[in-house]
Ligand binder design. Structure first.
Ligand code: ZN
Ligand code: ZN
Length: 353
């Protein structure tokens, strides 16, 4: 089957033919992938700019971890889903047997084996998954919205980590999918004002506007930085979703006394900030990464209620044979979420069948 993979350490990915996965083992499910998003982390893995060295022993590996599809087959012991069910999959669902899992902190599982980073992921027509990661989707929800569940969960978790509450003024630095997800759940948490800032990032700021976030700043535009500083100095909670060190210093400088900066970006450089000011203003920096089962349940409930309202997050759609151009669009930031449809493997592959 056609798969988009990381063949070896170093920059680059390749679209290649790989053997289809075998039958699911105990507590596994085989999923026919119907829609899969290209994530910022996939771009880091393509560029190989630091932070993903942990993948080396697992290469080659098929990428793709934000997806939805149809259960094709289930392994022994799987009862909560069956063949034909529409599902989305938590790519880093816990193992259930390590110390952290046994201690009830499954979010810190030491054997998550994230699909699309440690084991073959969803940039392929089929993917083998841990069954406990498969969550049924609402019947009338389409697959591309279902495929947003994973990044939405990351945003949902970050908002919980930030403790966003009623009336808060919230600034999100970074208008990508995670930034958008954070803005959505900060609004749901009752924030009085939610704004999103980017740098030379027109398409993704437009996606934010289309999601109803009318206050956006493009810091590459004359006057926008001053406007952001005027409107959001003294913010209660600021989120960094850029992976750029400058966002951390910007965020800390704008927070109110005792304000909270939540970091969600993957950084390839170290960050410096003025510790004395940090201490005197009693600021906090919190890290948020991944999600928990409770986030999956909450996000799927939101999708059931108003999933289609999130469609502006998706700006481009392509078949698997075209995935490299989707990566280009995402890399140049002319796209917000690029959705790939792996059952569309292109005219040549179809002729082969
Ligand atoms: Zn992702
Ligand atoms: Zn575990």
């Amino acid at each position: 089957m056609l798969s988009y993979r990381k063949p070896a350490p170093g920059p680059g990915l390749e679209l290649t033919d790989t053997p289809a996965p075998g039958d699911p083992g105990p507590d596994e499910v085989l999923v026919s992938v119907q829609a899969v998003g290209i994530c910022g982390s996939d771009l880091h893995v393509l560029e190989w700019d630091g932070g993903y060295e942990f993948m080396v022993p697992h290469l080659p590996v098929t990428l793709g971890h934000e997806f939805a599809g149809i259960v094709a087959r289930t392994g022994e012991g799987v009862s909560h889903v069956s063949a034909g069910d529409r599902v989305t999959v938590w790519p880093s669902s816990p193992c259930g047997v390590c110390q952290a899992c046994r201690d009830g902190v499954a979010q810190n599982c030491s054997d998550k084996r994230t699909l699309g980073l440690y084991t073959d992921g969803a940039f392929a027509p089929q993917v083998l998954c841990r069954a406990n990661g498969a969550f049924p989707l609402p019947a009338d929800l389409d697959f591309e919205i279902g495929a947003l569940t994973e990044p939405l969960c990351v945003g949902h978790r970050a908002v919980a980590v930030g403790g966003v509450g009623q009336g808060d003024r919230v600034l999100v630095l970074g208008p990508g999918t995670i930034g958008q997800a954070i803005a959505i759940f900060a609004r749901d948490a009752g924030a009085a004002a939610v704004a999103v800032a980017g740098y030379d990032d027109r398409a993704r700021l437009q996606a934010c506007a289309d999601l109803g976030f009318t206050t956006t700043y493009d810091l590459a535009q004359e006057g926008d930085r001053a406007a952001m500083e005027r409107d959001f100095s003294g913010a209660d909670v600021i989120f960094e979703a850029t992976g750029r060190a400058v966002s951390v210093t910007d965020g800390l400088s704008l927070l109110r006394t005792e304000g909270v900066l939540v970091m969600t970006g993957i950084h390839s450089r170290n960050v410096t900030f003025a510790p004395t000011d940090f201490v005197r203003r009693k600021l906090q920096i919190r890290g948020s990464h991944g999600s928990r089962k409770s986030d999956w349940e909450a996000v799927i409930a939101k999708l059931r209620a108003d999933g289609p309202s999130l469609r502006p997050m998706i700006t481009h759609r392509l078949g698997l044979h075209d995935i490299a151009s989707g990566f280009d669009l995402a890399r140049q930031r002319v796209a917000s979420k690029v959705m790939v449809f792996p059952q569309d493997t292109g005219p040549e592959q179809e002729a082969d069948r």
